[in-house]
Unconditional design. Sequence first.
Length: 397
Amino acid sequence: MPSGKSSKSKKNTSSKNQSLAFDLLSLDFSSVLIGRRYRVLRLFLWKERQFLQSIIIFFIIAGIFYPYPKVAMWLGFAFAGYSAIANDSIQTIGTFLSSNADKKWWVLWLFIGGIFLVTMTTGWIIYDGDVSFQRLQSKGFEKAPESFTFLQLAAPLVLLILTRLRMPVSTTFLLLSTFSATSSGIMSVLQKSLFGYVIAFVVSLSVWFVFAKGINNLNKGKAHPIWTALQWFTSGVLWSVWLMQDAANIAVFLPRSLSIYEFLAFVSYVFFGIGLLLYFRGGKIQNIINEKSAVKDVRGATIIDFIYAMILLFFQNLSNIPMSTTWVFLGLLAGREISMNLSPLYTTIKQKKLPIVFKLVWRDALFALLGLLISVAMAVAVNPSIQKEIMNFFNGL
């Protein structure tokens, strides 16, 4: 015969199970393990409600207008223009923003926006209306789209969501892959981008390790005013070279040769989009830069910009195949971060433990790979020719 104590224990257990079931049915997760995650998700949705509402409206607009090529062309460009600049801002003007946090936003806008206008106007004149600097003349991208799918217009919106989540994904893969006529076009972009990551990683690892003593001494004391001028110059050069590579990501929606009126619409929209981005100081994705070592010092930022600009210039002259500058930049930051926290000669920074460094490097690379997977999935969903190539590949196995 069971004791009173055992009966009481069973009664308490039964009461707890009933209470737990009631909590789940009433969506009160406070008493279970996933409660904390649920509350974090609910807080995120509340804080980002205006952004999410805007994104939903944009998706609806894309769904309404994608069957109309003339409207869809400019709508896709409008989405891509801001989303590409917003996500890729960390590569080119991220260190510039970090080291010039004391400057007024409109001063930075006039500088960055002015370089954009000069660069795009030069390209438009030299290449007979082609603002992509012939990046869209490579195989698979040479023909301007005559019709659009919903996913092609939605791709920039997906990029905006990933940017909001602080993911440094490749705009080249996410935006260009949906327009590639063949899988070989995507593969050529992928190969050049992977090569870019490796080159940037090796170069930065070598530079910041071999010249550790000199770089460390540069960061001592207060920076001479000449460093500010050098940093603005190198940032300007980097921004211009980056535009020569990545303008293709937003021009892919447009004709391969723009008329004077189309060109004015193109540069006006992006110019004011840059102003909005600088008003918000790069947005949340800027934290990817801010968490790295010694990037707020104008001297450290200048060295990063100079090395990055030289690497992009190398690839600029290598071929006209588009590439992911995001992957190049992440490779540059990864090599630099490992060297600065591995060498004992860096005494002017608070060094992180190597497991933390590798975690940062792996997280950035993981987000880039995630963006690649999303890009390939969207490209396959959009392009019947790529679907056919994949089917033929598996049928041949």
